[in-house]
Design a protein around this ligand. Sequence first.
Ligand code: FHN
Length: 602
Amino acid sequence: MRAQWFSEARFGMFIHWGLYSIPGGIWRGREMSYIGEWLQACFRIPNREYGALAARFNPERFDAEQWCRTARDAGMRYLVFSAKHHDGFAMYRSRVDSYNVVDATPFGRDPLAELAAACPKYGLKLGIYYSQDLDWHHPDGGDPGPESPKNHGMSWGNDWDYPAHRGKRFRRYFEGKAIPQLTELLTGYGPVGIMWFDCPLTISREESGRIVELVRKLQPDCLINTRIGHGFGDYGSYGDNQLPAAPPEGMWETPGTLNRTWGFKWNDHDWKTPGEVLSLLASLAEKDTNYLLNVGPMPDGSFPPETVRVLRETGKWLERYGFAVYGCGANPFQCSFDWGYVTVEQRPGKRTRLHLIIREFRPEIRLYGLEEVVFRCWAAAEPECPVEFGCSGGRCLTIRLPERLRARLLPVVTLELACRNAPAVCTDLVPLDHVLRLPAARGTIRHGQREAAVEPAELRGLGAAGERHPAVSHCCLDRTGNLAEWHNPADRIEWEAYFPEEGRYRVEVVTVSGIHGAAWKTGQKVELAVSGDGGAANVLVATLNGRPDPSASDRCYIRGSAEAGTLSLNGAGRRKISLRMLDCPDREALAMTLAELRLVRL
Ligand code: FHN
């Protein structure tokens, strides 16, 4: 299968490098707060002036082999290089447009050619990023126009050099620059593993389709991400830094930043720690999703030292525990676990293994619902360190973590099962460690009759990746498995769960800020009803009030939990739990995006 390598790979390096790397977020003494590669749009720098940066581009420390070695040693299996970003400057030798790194800079070398030669030596597939729609250098580059929502206050298209929106003909750019440059990229650099497209804001369906055809014709094995637009593409790109809540259908990837920018910024020191990066990698791996982690090289061509430091640690971890990530399948259980992540390793003719990647050490951890015999269990990469396990009633498996694992960064415990196929797991929702987790992705959504007062799509405009959100007036599961667009009080979500004991439960509603970089807000009024076993429904109405949870957030989509009071259940048994959102304080803030409901036994 031509895509097999992609699912096996799990971890790749994204590289944003261009003229913007020289000012690194600072222009004439003014600092930008947005991502560095947007410098030209942020300061509305005329092409004549921005293009003059090319005369200063001479990265004497650029070494393609060194970049590839760093990627390989970090445990990465592919690399995606920005051959042309929105500024329109080609970071490869282009015969189509002299606005390129070979013809316009004193450097005069083709970094893409050097990377293409180095990648195979380090076992890396080469991917190429190409901004197919936005191009600020070309007078006809993609521009949604003055009426369209802005991107963090900035124009998507170049309206500073080329303000006459009506006169722009995207077709001229498309035929005159994009298609010829894509042809160069697909014919001049050997096998290309991925063509990575971005921000399909103005491109037509026919044009996206043309690009797909071109890629298929020139590089039949090359994969295309869905940001080509119009539903085309071989695998899905989540939003930048976005974490899915449940395993998706098909192949997916999350592009993520190591600090808060893609292109290098002198003053962005907000680096993720190795533990954070590895948690993100494991969290994505258990959702069957690849992690494309960005590096923004400095103007001299070297990687920022902090980047190198973090990547060295990911490499060490993957050398030890890579078997729990590469080629592994998604967590088969009903929920993810508070202590860490689960992946499944299935190899032909071998017993199936479950890998437990421990983020938070606890003397004992529990799994609920495994319907397979556990053959043996051990702490991976720890010689002579047996792990005790046993059944603690029903389908609950208890695993006692050896004390020696406490000091390790995300240690892995492996369970070898008696089966050789996908493990059978029961689908019941039950409390585990006194917490009943009810993920939105496991609930049944019931749409009510009333239409909402506002169409969120009107307010929301364009997402970070430039995709339009469909106009919906009912909540729905979004592609990440969260219940999104919930602004209609007639809608509700229901789960069925089994309570092994009666008692009081604290109700927590876990929500996510639905938009990249938006603040996390509470204040929604919700109604929770628990019914079953013939008794009257237990109803709770509360206004949510809570805090973001930094450990569960990826910094760009903030997650947090809000308390909604307590409920008492009389007697054990099966219950139906139903949640409604009655009102939200700020309709313009897009109501509520529900990740899960938690009932914590008091
Ligand atoms: O606008 C770009 C941004 O500069 C960066 O390249 C990211 C990477 O995924 N994509 C777009 C925003 O989603």
